[in-house]
Design a protein around this ligand. Structure first.
Ligand code: C5P
Length: 228
């Protein structure tokens, strides 16, 4: 039985690729002085480690063992895998696509569950991903689901990749993004969908400040309901 500590507040921010959830969730965590969990990074780390070990994306038991024993450290905004700084390496599109392929496996998702729950420590947590509100933190105080048009998301991803020194092409990014979304939405295990009671925010026409302000306003509303 899972013992749920309800005294530690949790905000979940789920949504499709490049909907802005990472940037928004990170900023909200900073504003509130909360911890931040980038759950996609764990799937990307498993993907990178599996590629390096030559593990097939369908070898479920080898992948689950790898996920369960990931030697990962998050420090100073950098991500370390077995002592190597892989912060930029895990952002490559090929690793994102491989992450999406291995994320369909129930055993892999279960192997990463405890690691994710471990991020729930005082004074609070903002967690972003695909199933933060539906599966990993169903008790969250506030659940947000971010969306944006495929065009807006492809443009964002293009900018992110170019800034990190990767080459990119908008049209092929859009195709990749739609294929990845389709896989994330239609998989049997923890499909991408808004959690019950989630507040949906379309970020297509919003800048980061506006999206962050909206999430903080919603959080203030749940913390201090009118009339309470
Ligand atoms: O968010 P990001 O693009 O880094 O995630 C990479 C992939 O990992 C996603 O396409 C998705 O398939 C998977 N993922 C997941 N559940 C999460 C976070 C990411 O299945 N909570």
């Amino acid at each position: 039985m899972t013992v749920v500590d309800d005294s530690i507040p949790v905000i979940t921010v789920d949504g499709p690729t490049a909907s802005g959830k990472g940037t928004v969730a990170h900023r909200v965590a900073d504003e509130l002085g909360f911890h931040y969990l980038d759950s996609g990074a764990l799937y990307r780390l498993t993907a990178l480690a599996s590629a390096r070990h030559g593990i097939d994306p369908d070898d479920v038991s080898a992948l689950a063992v790898l996920a369960e024993t990931l030697d990962v450290r998050f420090r100073d905004q950098r991500i370390w895998l077995a002592g190597e700084d892989v912060t930029d390496a895990i952002r490559a599109e090929a690793i994102g696509n491989r992450a999406s392929s291995i994320a369909v496996h129930k055993a892999v998702r279960q192997a990463l569950r405890a690691l994710q729950r471990g991020f729930k420590t005082a004074p609070g947590l903002v967690a972003d991903g695909r199933d933060m509100g539906t599966v990993i933190f169903p008790e969250a105080d506030l659940k947000v689901f971010l969306t944006a048009t495929p065009q807006a998301r492809a443009e964002r991803r293009y900018k992110q990749l170019i800034e990190k020194g990767f080459s990119a092409n908008i049209d092929s990014l859009m195709l990749d993004l739609e294929a990845r979304d389709a896989r994330d939405r239609t998989r049997a295990e923890a499909p991408l969908r808004p959690a019950e009671g989630a507040r949906v925010l379309d970020t297509s026409g919003l800048n980061v400040d506006q999206a962050v302000a909206q999430v903080l306003e919603w959080f203030a509303q749940v913390q201090y309901p009118q009339g309470a």
